[in-house]
Write a new protein. Structure first.
Length: 204
């Protein structure tokens, strides 16, 4: 798995859930399919009068989620920026060419009410529940920095094995200290709760 494959899977799913936060701090989510994919960026179209557009212009942070029939979750967390005015028509026309249904939604010149945003920096998380053990990885888009998540075992570990016994995915190996195989970790927190000496710490 890699970033390019994640983008291809997102494109095949087609309709993605976009989450933002409104001016009152309340979460907002909507389905978007007017999307174009580049190897290093994602472009999408919306109308300038929509609350979605206002939320993006006010803050820019957005989280995108898709779920495949193979029990794969792909989540992109990034910042959306409006494409430069000189480039708007180019990307808008490309999105409309790839998504013919848009001509019925915004026929003719009415498409000019739209605005194209680009996400070129972010973090893409891949999480596959359809394999055993589960598999997860994180990929960087642009110059984003990795934000560690989940749990790790510190040198305070006494080697009792309680974390290993409580792990649903059996992804903890014995050692000094015991180690969590991060690519198979559910982030469920069972090891964190069961450790008798609090040697497990949360990342991020």
């Amino acid at each position: 798995m890699d970033l390019a494959t994640c983008f291809k899977k997102m494109e095949l799913v087609g309709v993605l859930a976009f989450a933002t936060v409104d001016s009152e701090g309340a979460p907002q989510i909507r389905n978007i399919s007017a999307i174009h994919y580049e190897p290093d960026a994602l472009y999408f179209f919306t109308a300038r009068g929509k609350n979605f557009c206002r939320e993006l212009q006010a803050d820019g942070r957005v989280q995108i989620l898709c779920y495949t029939k193979y029990k794969e979750m792909i989540r992109l967390s990034g910042k959306a920026v409006a494409v430069a005015d000189a480039e708007q028509a180019k990307w808008r026309d490309r999105i409309f060419a790839e998504q013919p249904y848009l001509a019925n939604v915004y026929p003719g010149d009415t498409r000019e009410i739209g605005i194209v945003f680009c996400i070129s920096t972010g973090q893409v998380e891949y999480f596959n529940l359809g394999v055993n053990p589960i598999f997860r990885e994180t990929y960087m888009l642009g110059n984003a920095t990795l934000e560690p998540k989940g749990y790790f075992i510190t040198d305070a570990c006494i080697g009792c094995g309680m974390c290993q016994k409580s792990c649903p995915q059996r992804c903890i190996t014995a050692g000094k200290p015991y180690q969590i195989r991060q690519e198979h970790c559910l982030h469920c927190g069972s090891c964190y709760e069961k450790c008798p000496v609090k040697a497990v710490e949360r990342r991020g």
